[in-house]
Design a protein around this ligand. Structure first.
Ligand SMILES: [Zn+2]
Length: 200
C-alpha cells in the first residue's frame, strides 16, 4: 500500500465517521423533540379533559336546579274541548306568541299573515240595500260565508281554527268580515286579529 493509498483510506474512514456522528446527533435532537411534543400532547389532553369535566359538572348542577312540575289537577279529559272559548278577545290574540298558533298540517295551506277580522250579519244595518244578499250571489251561510276584497269568490280561507269561503265583498284585502246569523252575535265578534291561511 502506497502512502497515498493509506492517506485516502484514512480520509474515507474519517468521512464515514463524520457522517455517522451527524446521524447520531440528528437522532438525539429528534428524540428530544419527540419527548417535548409528547409532553405537550399530555398537557393538552389534560386541559381538554379538565374543561369537559367542568362542563359536565355545570350540566349536572343545571339538572338539579330544574323547578318542580306544576301541581296535578286531574285528568285532562275532565276539560271538554267544547268548554274552551271559541272566540278569544282581541288583547289575548294580540299577545299570543306565534309559536302557540298551530299551523294547519299539509302543504296545500299557505299562510297569509295576521289579519283583522270583524263580524257582520244579513241585516240592513250591516249591508244597507244589499241586505240578505252576497256580492257573489251565493246564499248567506253563517260559519261559511266571509267577505274580503282582493281574493276570488270561492277562495277557501282558514281563519284561526275555522274554514270559510270568500263569497262576499265589503272589506279590503287583509280584513275579513265573518258572517253571523244575527246582529248581536256579529257585534260580539268585535275586532280580532287572527292567523289566516289560504287553501291552494
Ligand atoms: Zn247586522
Amino acid at each position: 500500500m502506497t502512502k497515498i493509498e493509506r492517506e485516502m483510506k484514512k480520509r474515507e474512514r474519517d468521512a464515514i465517521r463524520a457522517v455517522n456522528k451527524s446521524a447520531d446527533d440528528f437522532r438525539d435532537i429528534y428524540e428530544d423533540a419527540m419527548k417535548v411534543l409528547f409532553d405537550l400532547v399530555l398537557v393538552l389532553v389534560g386541559i381538554v379533559l379538565g374543561m369537559y369535566l367542568s362542563a359536565m359538572r355545570a350540566q349536572a348542577a343545571e339538572t338539579v336546579s330544574i323547578p318542580p312540575r306544576a301541581e296535578y289537577v286531574g285528568p285532562i279529559t275532565e276539560q271538554a274541548p267544547e268548554a274552551l272559548p271559541e272566540v278569544v278577545n282581541e288583547v289575548n290574540v294580540a299577545t299570543m306568541p306565534d309559536a302557540i298558533m298551530v299551523e294547519p298540517v299539509g302543504t296545500h295551506w299557505e299562510r297569509l299573515g295576521r289579519w283583522k277580522t270583524t263580524g257582520y250579519c244579513p241585516c240592513r244595518r250591516c249591508n244597507g240595500r244589499n241586505a240578505g244578499r252576497t256580492a257573489s250571489g251565493a246564499p248567506m251561510i253563517p260559519s261559511r260565508t266571509i267577505a274580503v276584497g282582493g281574493l276570488p269568490f270561492g277562495t277557501v280561507l282558514k281563519v284561526g281554527n275555522s274554514e270559510y269561503v270568500v263569497e262576499d265583498r265589503g272589506t279590503p284585502y287583509g280584513h275579513i268580515d265573518v258572517l253571523y246569523a244575527d246582529h248581536t252575535t256579529a257585534s260580539n265578534h268585535g275586532v280580532q286579529y287572527k292567523e289566516v291561511w289560504i287553501k291552494k
